[in-house]
Design a protein around this ligand. Sequence first.
Ligand code: HEC
Length: 133
Amino acid sequence: MLRLLLNLTRLMFLAVVVAAMPIGIDKLSHAQESDRVTGLIMSEGWELVQANCTECHSTLLITQNSGNRAVWKSRIVWMQETQGLHELSEATENSILDYLANNYGQKASTRRAGLATNLLPENPYATDSQNGQ
Ligand code: HEC
């Protein structure tokens, strides 16, 4: 009888642990949760991007890009002038720009600097920049 009780307690303990696991995992990934359909980071303003920016192309075109506020502004202007993007109210555009610059901001270069010319192998092709070197 005691043994049965012990086993039951163990089972209940296990059930609680298993039930709590997804909650823990969910909390961990909460930092930068993305919308499952659009892939957009779900922070302030993401619904505006979903509503205004998904009509013509995939959000991948947005999430794979990056830039500061001015860069994002120039892309919006470009789409309005050449691709038929509708006018956005000032408030909407500001919120969208804040969202984009905050979540898909300018990246520091991840590439190493180029090698100095004297460290490079000889270039067998004639190029303008190599004349006399
Ligand atoms: C009326 C249609 C339309 C809407 C709405 C639209 N876009 Fe675009 N966008 C385009 C087209 C067309 C391209 C070029 C697609 C290509 O190169 O294949 C483009 C390209 C882009 C690019 C890539 C630019 C590059 O440098 O390669 C980004 C980033 C982008 N759009 C962001 C947005 C954002 C942010 C919004 C919402 C404010 C938005 N788009 C809404 C039509 C639209």
